[in-house]
Design a protein around this ligand. Structure first.
Ligand code: NAD
Ligand code: UD1
Length: 337
């Protein structure tokens, strides 16, 4: 019985593949390389010192999916594949709905057809929208999202909920990630964004390596301890390990669940810059500029449900997140190129 990982060559997927393989799971990986490179797959295979079936396939390709389910005995799917750039989703919303929502529906149909009815889904803290106070809890109202990307995550959660209601054999565990950063401690796999990064940590590390000049800090007049935005940064390896626990939970249960994966601790932009400089002995020049549209002042999780249901808790602190990011960045100044 195997685990299918969609989007397994991407940032979070590649780290999860390593942990799954190290824990002895049989895995099958699928990706269309839209936002990843074959080099990531090669390095993952090298890291785990072993092979596994890989399919270059799109989740919107029903025939391709049928073939994967026919050729492998898949019991559960971890579904990472999707587009994730918030700004881009505002410009090309239909691509986001087609890829994320349409693709997930096609995948669920292929799963149902093959009698595989268990999914662990990559959702996001973005579903909590602008109106909930932190710490964010799973029973708070969701859906007041500010962009099409966030809406795809909310819609998919709802679709999976309806699916579980319609068929009591279905299981969907929606993991609401907070802000994944860091890299595998070997420094051989990590986050490799295209172009100028949208997210804070890759921007910091590209400034530190000299690829970018200065970090723009979006707003220093928020109601936070130093005026800059506060987020719940989580080490990508902790996040990957959360998927292993969620997988075990999905194998033993049916029905729909939403679970936060965060640390429960918030750090500001300046906190993260300071931690990065201190951990790595480098400078991160920055300047203050206006707030970014759609940003909230504070966003961090209540992670207690994950501990209660999955027996999972983040173990890696901010210093380790900064050190591991820097090891990856300095060993691979041009990413996977
Ligand atoms: P990523 O872009 O690095 O990985 C996604 C992978 O999916 C890529 O390898 C891409 O090539 C692949 N993919 C995209 N569309 C596909 C399709 N139609 N068919 C097959 N493969 C396809 O992103 P990530 O950071 O690893 O995120 C993984 C998931 O977690 C995404 O669904 C994302 O929305 C979600 N998420 C990410 C974050 C974050 O900060 N990184 C936060 C919350 C949620
Ligand atoms: C963003 C997305 C969110 C997504 C998450 C993880 C937006 C509005 N939200 O969240 O939907 O789920 O990434 O992929 O894009 N910052 C700077 N300068 C920068 C970049 C960021 O000051 O160059 C600040 C931001 O204002 C924020 C913090 O750093 O306060 C973190 O930003 P980011 O890494 O983009 O994550 P989120 O805004 O939490």
């Amino acid at each position: 019985m195997a685990v299918l990982i969609t989007g397994g060559c991407g940032y979070i997927g590649s780290h999860t593949v390593v942990e799954l393989k190290n824990a002895g799971f049989d895995i099958v990986v699928l990706d269309n390389f839209y936002n990843s490179k074959p080099e990531a797959l090669r390095r993952v295979r090298e890291l785990v010192k072993g092979d596994f079936p890989f399919y270059e396939c799109d989740i919107r390709d029903a025939e391709g999916l049928r073939r994967i389910f026919k050729e492998n005995s898949i019991e559960v799917v971890i579904h990472f594949a999707g587009l994730k750039a918030v700004g881009e989703s505002v410009t090309i919303p239909l691509e986001y709905f087609e890829n994320n929502v349409g693709g997930t529906v096609t995948l669920c149909k292929a799963m149902s057809e093959a009698g595989c009815k268990k999914m662990v889904f990559s959702s996001s803290a973005t579903v909590y929208g602008m109106n909930n106070p932190s710490p964010l809890k799973e029973d708070m109202p969701v859906g007041a999202v500010t962009n099409p990307y966030g809406r795809t995550k909310y819609f998919i959660e709802e679709i999976l909920g309806d699916l579980c209601k319609s068929d009591s054999e279905w299981t969907a565990v929606c993991l609401r990630y907070f802000n994944p950063i860091g890299a595998h401690q070997s420094g051989t796999i990590g986050e490799d964004p295209n172009g100028i990064p949208n997210n804070l940590m890759p921007y910091i590390s590209q400034v530190a390596i000299g690829k970018l000049d200065k970090l723009p800090v979006f707003g220093n007049d928020y109601d936070t301890h130093d005026g800059t935005g506060v987020r719940d940064y989580i080490h990508v390896v902790d996040l990957a390990l959360g998927h292993l626990r969620a997988l075990e939970y999905a194998l033993e249960h049916t029905g729909w669940e939403a679970i936060n994966l965060g640390t429960g601790t918030g750090y500001s932009v300046l906190d993260l810059i300071n931690a990065f400089e201190k951990a790595n002995g480098v400078r991160v020049p920055h300047y203050f500029t206006s707030r970014r549209e759609g940003d909230v002042a504070v966003c961090y999780s209540d992670p207690s449900k994950a501990e209660r249901l999955l027996g999972w808790k983040a173990a890696r602190g901010i210093e380790e997140m900064c050190r591991d990011t820097w090891r990856w960045q300095s060993k691979n100044p041009r990413g996977y190129e």
